[in-house]
Ligand binder design. Structure first.
Ligand SMILES: Nc1ncnc2c1ncn2[C@@H]1O[C@H](COP(=O)(O)OP(=O)(O)OP(=O)(O)O)[C@@H](O)[C@H]1O
Length: 271
């Protein structure tokens, strides 16, 4: 997918990160092309979130190089941050505030000019399908609505690169689709690049232009879902590709303690 006219949203070379003695990201090379939806897949503990934190500058740069739209993250931290919208795994909406107030808070945080704030907040709430629910407290929202509200928060600064860490974890299939439809609509309208981690193979297959399979800190396979499947064997599923490269059982979301804890943390903070 690369030629001399390709513009890259993200370029990583030799990226590494350790927590104490434990290597979480181990010599990663990664290119995300401007305008694509790029999926980072892998079992729990593969190193996806750590990679994302290095790209967003939330973790200090260590060995290796990361560029976002051509800027080295270690030398241009604030400039890089201004180009990124980030939807973390952790809950970022406040249940006691209305949807509009939640997004306004982010508009102030991201220095959206006062004169443009009201209109911009209205626009992003509408783009995620929450115009009618804007005056309701977030604690009355369903899980899918909360995720779309958090998406609105991440979109308030009109980012060129949207980074989503498991945006649909714990949601039912209908809510998952509605989150993805909104992501796709905004991407179509703005041309923004999307870097997403997910456990859901069906989502990666359906929505990502290219994916990287990560396992134990390394990238084991990279390509379009169609190429990865056909390279394995005719008729292969992405789940089979995943198992082949990671040698692991696929961790289904919702059936381990960490996922359960995450989902419950969301519920208790809002309730
Ligand atoms: N703050 C931290 N301190 C120590 N170890 C950490 C820390 N964050 C992550 N790790 C370890 O680094 C490794 C990679 O974790 P990371 O969260 O990046 O994986 P992941 O692929 O995002 O997993 P998940 O899907 O469960 O979020 C794991 O072994 C994890 O236990």
């Amino acid at each position: 997918m690369s030629d001399e006219n390709t513009t890259y949203a993200v370029v990583c070379r030799g990226l590494r990160h350790s927590f104490g003695g434990a290597v979480a990201v181990d010599d990663i090379d990664l290119d995300v092309v401007e305008g694509e939806i790029f999926g980072l897949l892998g079992p729990n503990g593969a190193g996806k979130t750590t990679t994302i934190r290095l790209i967003t500058t939330l973790l200090p740069a260590g060995p290796g190089m990361v560029e976002v739209f051509g800027r080295d993250v270690s030398r241009h931290r604030m400039a890089v941050r201004r180009t990124i919208g980030y939807l973390p795994q952790q809950l970022s909406a406040d249940g006691a505030l209305t949807g509009r107030e939640n997004v306004e808070l982010f508009a102030r945080l991201f220095d959206v000019p006062r004169s443009a704030r009201r209109e911009r907040v209205r626009e992003v709430l509408s783009s995620v399908g929450l115009a009618d629910a804007a005056e309701r407290r977030a604690q009355t929202y369903s899980g899918g609505m909360i995720r779309r509200l958090e998406l609105a928060q991440a979109l308030i600064s009109a980012p060129r690169l949207l980074i989503l860490d498991e945006p649909t974890i714990g949601l039912d299939p209908v809510a998952r689709d509605s989150v993805w439809e909104r992501i796709q609509e905004v991407r179509r309208a703005t041309g923004m690049t999307v870097l997403v981690t997910t456990h859901y193979m069906d989502e990666a297959d359906q929505y990502c232009n290219r994916i990287a399979l990560m396992h134990r800190g390394r990238i084991r396979a990279l390509g379009t879902p169609a190429d990865l499947k056909s390279d394995l064997e005719p008729g292969a599923t992405l789940e089979e590709v995943f198992r082949t490269y990671t040698g692991d059982q696929l961790d289904e979301p919702g059936d381990d303690f960490r996922d359960a804890r995450r989902t419950r943390r969301t519920a208790s903070r809002l309730g």
